[in-house]
Design a binder for this molecule. Structure first.
Ligand SMILES: [Cu+2]
Length: 71
């Protein structure tokens, strides 16, 4: 399996607490290997197994915890 990497722009991350929430929620998803959230840049970089999960699932998980992934 080859890991894929994506960077999602996430509006509404304003502090380290937000970064932690994002990291916690995405890390819990099957197939997610690495999560780096940056509230200054408003980006979340995710390394994941494309056979197990995908960008749409990541975006859903962000919405579930109240963030808005940019299109
Ligand atoms: Cu916050």
């Amino acid at each position: 399996m080859t890991a894929q990497e994506t960077t999602v722009r996430v509006e509404g991350m304003t502090c380290i607490g937000c970064e932690n929430n994002v990291r916690f929620a995405l890390s819990a998803l099957p197939g997610v290997e690495t999560v780096e959230a940056d509230h200054h840049a408003k980006t979340v970089r995710v390394v994941y197994d494309p056979e197990t999960t995908g960008v749409e699932r990541l975006r859903e998980a962000l919405e579930e915890i109240g963030f808005e992934p940019a299109p």
